[in-house]
Each structure stands twice: as C-alpha cells, then as structure tokens.
Design a binder for this molecule. Structure first.
Ligand code: ZN
Ligand code: ZN
Length: 355
C-alpha cells in the first residue's frame, strides 16, 4: 500500500513518506483493520472505510496491454513479458481483501516508464543493503538467506550490514499495551544519514513493531521512493505475536511472508506500484491470509518493470531463483522458476524438430 502519512513531524519533512501496509495490510487478525483516522486513541482502531464499489477484473486484452508493446524485443526477453501458463490472472477480491476496499487504477508498464523511476547504476549505486535493527530473534529467517533471495529476485548485489541495537537508533518509542513500538519515520531519518555511497537502497529490518505517527496503531513498513531508504518489521508475521502457537524457529510461513515482504517492499523502492493484473507479489494485501495466498513471483507486467529498471536476462534470473528455492527446500517455487526458465530457453539443437 502507498499511503502518505498525514502529519509529518518537522524532522522528516524532507521526504515523501510512503507507509506500506502492503503485504500484510493495514489489517491485523486479532484486532481488525486499522487505518489512520481521527480516532483520539492509538490503541482503539478507528472504523475502516466502507467497501468501495466493485473491482473490475482486467480482461485478457487489458493484461496484455499492461505489459506494453513487445515488438522489437529479443526472443527470450519478449516471451518473459507475455502471458503464459505460469501466471494466473488476478482473482476477484473477497470481502475484506485489499482490492475490495482500496481503489487502485493499476500501473501499466508504460505508466511506470513515464513515472521516471529510480534506476540502479546512476552514480555507481547498485547495491541493496540490509541493516538488521536489534535482534531479529530465532523465528526470523537467517540474514544470509534473505540476502540470497533478494540478490536473485532483483539481480543486484546485496550486502548485509552489521546490526545496530535498538538502543543505538535515535527513534522515538511508545508502548502500545505490552508492546514497544518504534517510530518508523525516525528510523528512516537515521538510515538516510548512513546510506552507503554505492547503495541503491538501504533496507532496515527489525523484529520490533513500528508505528508511523500518533494516529496510527502500527505499520508493517515505510519507505521513501526517492530517498532510497525503507524500514520493515517482521514482528507481526509470527503467530506468537497474536498470542498463538508457532514457537518453532523459522516456521515456514514466517519464511514465506518475510521473503514476500522483501520482494514487495523493495519493489516499491523501484517505483513499482501495486499490481492489479495478475496474482503477483506486488498485489496489495489487507490481511495475512491474503498475503499467504499471494505468489512469491512477479507477474509479466511487473517483471518487465523490474527489467526496465535493472536490466537482466529473465532466463538467468529464473535460474537463480530456482537454485535459491531448491537450496532452501521451497519446492513448489523451485519447480515454478525452473519451468519459467525452460520456457525461455532456446530449443536444444540436438533434439529433433517437432513433427
Ligand atoms: Zn505495497
Ligand atoms: Zn504484477
């Protein structure tokens, strides 16, 4: 989700903030949807906005057009952006799902290019940096795993910085019930001051809950497109957050949700908006069940946007992703990536031509 915070503390007036409830949405399983609103209490969720008039699922022609004109592209590249059997058109939202309550026109490839998004490489800035903020805890996926996925997904160098303690941040905190929260804009302000010279983006990752301002209950993450900094919390991805079970370290759904948040949120830092064309990791999501239904991959439209920003071989990218998924036993994702790579491979000259 892209939502400008309404009241910026003076210290963060420098940036256009985007609070992205995104993959895990503004919703929270145990407490209902939470929105910035006029409610005086930060602990009482204000009423959600009324459902909007129905979302019209784009038809096949609209989906093809959204990927832009493909004529003139090389074979293995053009085919990567065409509809194929591995991609599912977006399904109509159910009540409470993101697109049932948020009006999003969709960002076509042409709109994306016209928005003149940040692209890596300018000024030598190509690396994505991940900065752990405080202990991520035993339930969090290992940082080298997150870095490997981010590297394969974005096809850019990824570096993990030494962690900083929560005490070393200059972020304001507050208590929400028993839970400590960090003020996300303060973290972004600090990240901006330590952005490495070769960084395309600096992503702070924390297991502490975040809030974007006094009239919000929480936020999953927040980023500035133009300033190339973002901060995301994995606190609410583990069932233990809601008092449930799941105390086992690195439960599969925690891994899946965390990988999706890396792909989705860093995707926003490339200027990619929410996808309304296919089931796609760039879809908005209102609640964790909706997050869990989403695939981990980019659809053809969003893949073309990332290709425009970064430049890579789609086939090699799928191969890299396949290797990553296989190494970490994400078998269905590995099979999916392998199938996409095979579709983009030139025919084997040793094999006989089809009859
Ligand atoms: Zn989002
Ligand atoms: Zn998409």
């Amino acid at each position: 989700m892209r939502r400008a915070v309404r009241s910026h503390p003076p210290a963060i007036a420098w940036m256009t903030l985007i609070a992205c409830a995104a993959l895990a949405g503004c919703g929270e399983p145990e407490s209902g949807r939470q929105y910035p609103a006029a409610g005086p209490s930060a602990t009482e969720p204000p009423s959600p906005p009324p459902p909007r008039d129905g979302f019209a699922v784009p038809d096949a022609r609209t989906r093809v057009r959204a990927a832009g004109a493909l004529a003139g592209l090389a074979d293995g590249v053009r085919d990567a952006f065409a509809p194929g059997p591995g991609f599912i058109p977006i399904v109509p939202p159910g009540p409470g799902d993101w697109l049932a309550q948020h009006s999003e026109p969709g960002q076509t490839f042409d709109h994306y290019v016209a928005s003149r998004p940040n692209r890596p490489g300018r000024g030598g800035r190509r690396a994505i940096y991940i900065l752990p903020i405080g202990e991520l805890g035993p339930a969090a996926p290992p940082l080298d795993l997150l870095a490997a996925f981010t590297r394969a997904h974005f096809q850019l160098p990824v570096r993990v910085l030494p962690p900083i303690s929560v005490a070393d941040t200059r972020a304001r905190t507050r208590m929400q019930g028993e839970r400590r929260q960090l003020l996300a804009p303060d973290l972004l302000e600090q990240l901006r001051t330590i952005l490495p010279a070769d960084a395309y983006a600096l992503v702070g990752l924390t297991a502490v809950d975040l809030y974007p301002g006094p009239d919000w209950n929480f936020v999953f993450g927040m980023a500035s497109f133009r300033e190339r900094v973002g901060v995301y919390s994995i606190a609410r991805y583990h069932p233990s957050f809601a008092g449930g079970g799941g105390k086992s370290p690195a439960a599969p759904w925690v891994l899946s949700r965390t990988l999706k948040v890396m792909a989705h949120e860093i995707g926003h830092m490339f200027g990619m908006e929410h996808c309304i064309y296919y089931e796609c990791v760039m879809n908005g999501s209102n609640h964790l069940a909706e997050t869990d239904r989403r695939p981990m991959n980019l659809c053809p439209v969003c893949l073309r946007k990332l290709h425009h920003a970064v430049g890579f071989s789609p086939r090699e990218r799928y191969r890299d992703l396949g290797r990553f998924f296989r190494a970490f036993r994400l078998d269905s994702e590995a099979a999916w990536a392998r199938a996409r790579a095979a579709e983009l491979s030139p025919p084997d000259p040793a094999s006989p031509p089809p009859p």
